[in-house]
Design a protein around this ligand. Sequence first.
Ligand SMILES: Cc1cc2nc3c(=O)[nH]c(=O)nc-3n(C[C@H](O)[C@H](O)[C@H](O)COP(=O)(O)OP(=O)(O)OC[C@H]3O[C@@H](n4cnc5c(N)ncnc54)[C@H](O)[C@@H]3O)c2cc1C
Length: 345
Amino acid sequence: MLRTTYRKVPTTAFVSQTCKFASTLAFIESTKEGKIVPSSLNALTAAQELGNPIHAVMLGSQASATASALKSSVKCEKLDKILVSNADAFDNYLPERVAPLLAQILKSDEYTHFVTAANAIGKNTLPRLGALLDNQPINDITKIVDAKTFVRPIYAGNAIATVECSQSKKLISVRPSAFDSIPQGSTESAAVEEVKVTESKPQIDIKWEGENLIKSERPDLGSASIVVSGGRALKDKETFDKLLIPLADVLHAGIGATRAAVDNGFCDNSMQIGQTGKVVAPDLYLAVGISGAIQHLAGMKDSKVIVAINNDPEAPIFKVADYGLEGDINQVVPELTQKLKEAQS
Ligand SMILES: Cc1cc2nc3c(=O)[nH]c(=O)nc-3n(C[C@H](O)[C@H](O)[C@H](O)COP(=O)(O)OP(=O)(O)OC[C@H]3O[C@@H](n4cnc5c(N)ncnc54)[C@H](O)[C@@H]3O)c2cc1C
């Protein structure tokens, strides 16, 4: 059932939103290659909507280089300052190292808001930051009503909560798919300032051991404008690859999957979409052999156009689909791929 609930986050001290020193600290991540992480650009749009001057904070050995890239690539009128720390201790954004530094910066009365993307790093950092500042974070917001009122989905997106926060600092993570990316352009007026790190020593001994990432030329799921997604009906990895890769290639799409497909080993778990996977909202979402369980819908139902292919006319996915194709995926998907190829040649 869709219901609107209203909840108040516990009050600490109240600072007027018109406080002349009100500023927002926006955490901007960069890739190892020095590119700005796309979801940080969505978070910057949310920071701008708050209306305060923005100080971006960029951490890690690439920070100064990416600060220059930020200034020359985005148009963000409210961006006043970029705080950087080039310490390599912040590479990989280990939350045990990042959160104490952010807490140190946020202790300044100047900051009324902290904004980060609700991606893996933001979700990992925000609870620690909340604990260090004794402040209740507001996670995964999809809308800003005003500077202290935010909308966020709860119960896997089955209810929408409007949260009014009267804490002096609002610690917010932003659902990237709910906010546009900040426009391209330049913000050369923003000053770059080195942060003096006094509080980054982690309370527990932590070390980055390494990473083993799947490399793919495909568009990243979070920013792909078309996503082709497969479910249990694909039966095995071979069929998953045989049916979905050519379709995704012809559409220049990212590939996603249900938890059933991931659990059955059809694909890597970084491709899972849903409550316990990624949340996407592409222009087109093609659900192939997916039933439409609420946990899956929680990750894709905000897609602009949903197309479902399923052989069960009663499948719940058809209730959210804009276009439905009833049929056997083994027959329909190769036909569709072939027709798309012909249309493009
Ligand atoms: C706490 C929790 C968290 C979860 N998190 C997630 C999550 O993040 N993401 C997620 O996806 N799930 C999640 N799940 C699992 C979720 O409940 C479902 O089990 C899962 O989404 C089902 O995946 P599916 O649609 O691929 O499989 P099924 O539900 O088995 O559906 C397969 C569909 O394929 C159709 N089909 C079968 N053969 C063919 C054919 N030849 N041609 C056409 N259609 C065919 C069937 O009609 C059916 O509708 C979670 C569950 C729990 C309890």
